[in-house]
Design a protein around this ligand. Sequence first.
Ligand code: NAG
Ligand code: NAG
Ligand code: NAG
Length: 234
Amino acid sequence: MRFTLASAVTVLVGAVAVLALPAPKYTGCSLSSVQIPDEAFVDPNNSTNTLPRPAANEKLAKIVLGYGSQNYSCVDGVATPNGAVATLYDLSCAFAVSPEWADVVTRGAVQMDPTAQLAGIQMLKNMFNAQFISGVHYFKGDFATPNFEFTDKGKFIGAVAGKIPALAGSDAGKRPDNFGAVPSLRLAPKQGMGSTYSTIYRLHTAGGSPPPGKCSWQGQRQIPYAAQYWVYRT
Ligand SMILES: *[C@@H]1O[C@H](CO)[C@@H](O)[C@H](O)[C@H]1NC(C)=O
Ligand SMILES: *[C@@H]1O[C@H](CO)[C@@H](O)[C@H](O)[C@H]1NC(C)=O
Ligand SMILES: *[C@@H]1O[C@H](CO)[C@@H](O)[C@H](O)[C@H]1NC(C)=O
């Protein structure tokens, strides 16, 4: 399936249409029965390599879809991470349909034309009077400090605290930049930076990896990606 703006909108609307009666809800669905599937914690090629699970006192607060780009510069022939930027969308009502549906939406997102993204979301907002955008993700200062700012004023400033390869069968990305899905991550907050949340997992990734082999491009290369961010608080 080729993802045009129209089909991406259909994907997103399909998720919510199922829930349409009697009281349609497009954002802010309950996450009380949702949890990270077991396989998402395990390296698909090495079952002893795992991401730590949430602590017993951590509760799932949000699941958002991040869609944007992973940026790379080419340093001495090696593709080197150079920040990332993504818009975060409320994905809770897709999970209210099913985790499989949430995965379809995540895969669909990475195939969208980046320039059509905001127009599509504006259209959905107008059609359903729902605020799908729930924040932004970018890097602060150095390229090792992922930052999340949510529209409800929640924030998270963290660092990588666990990494395994993407789930088996992940979406490789949007052609011609389909070089594979970025790893699954566990992020922990940096002390003293005022994070509202205690852990964020990046899971069900799609795209975002740099071209393999030796690089030679000038400046920055932006590779489209999408991922689910699972946000926990104590
Ligand atoms: C995992 O193994 C599969 C096949 O055995 C291979 O195609 C894939 O590249 C491996 N992934 C990683 C991250 O090593
Ligand atoms: C599998 O993961 C474990 C734990 O991270 C590591 O100690 C081990 O070397 C890995 N095995 C292989 C074959 O890479
Ligand atoms: C990464 O690329 C995006 C475009 O997708 C750009 O807006 C952003 O400024 C870049 N981020 C960094 C840290 O260079």
